[in-house]
Design a protein around this ligand. Structure first.
Ligand SMILES: Nc1ncnc2c1ncn2[C@@H]1O[C@H](COP(=O)(O)OP(=O)(O)OP(=O)(O)O)[C@@H](O)[C@H]1O
Ligand SMILES: [Mg+2]
Length: 147
């Protein structure tokens, strides 16, 4: 069984709408006798301004849950709302743009591009979105040393 545990970090004002909400979400792989029900009518809400840990044994559906929540995987059934917007029937292009602009991922298998440096990997989504990325911003350091 997979469980989601939320830890409050602070009380953000006006953040009543969940960051992500899954409603009766199912995700099945394969068919007939080979069918795997990775998610079976899961409803869960992830509030804004909180840390949430999703825990469960290997194969219990944690990655599938997060992939569905982030618009990386299509659902078999149910609905996903991201910031209140229903992304269930969004096109591939809309999902790509949404993920690039709104979501940060650290994948279990990293999914980094081997021919790029760590810095270039981090900057890549901004470049794909057409932004110029200053070196100081890419490194996360101030452009000029303080003082
Ligand atoms: N693309 C796929 N095709 C077929 N079955 C899949 C696919 N992806 C996941 N599954 C199956 O769905 C179930 C849930 O897998 P999932 O990767 O979500 O589990 P997990 O909790 O993230 O596991 P782990 O802790 O090992 O990362 C498993 O039985 C897995 O074999
Ligand atoms: Mg996993």
């Amino acid at each position: 069984m997979t469980v989601a545990m939320t830890v409050e970090q602070h009380e953000p004002p006006g953040f009543s709408q969940p960051a992500v909400e899954l409603r009766e979400v199912s995700r099945h792989y394969g068919e007939k006798q080979a069918e795997v029900r990775a998610l079976d009518r899961v409803s869960v809400s992830f509030p804004r301004g909180f840390w949430t840990a999703v825990m469960g044994p290997s194969g219990s559906g944690k990655s599938t849950l997060l992939h569905c929540a982030a618009g990386l995987e299509r659902l078999s059934e149910g609905q996903v709302l991201l910031g209140g917007a229903d992304i269930t029937r969004a096109s591939d292009r809309e999902l790509t743009e949404l993920r690039r602009a709104e979501i940060g991922f650290v994948f279990q298998s990293f999914n980094l591009i081997g021919s790029l440096t760590a810095e270039q990997n981090v900057a890549l989504p901004l470049k794909l979105a057409g932004h110029k990325v200053a070196r100081s911003r890419r490194c996360g350091i101030p452009a000029r040393p303080p003082g």
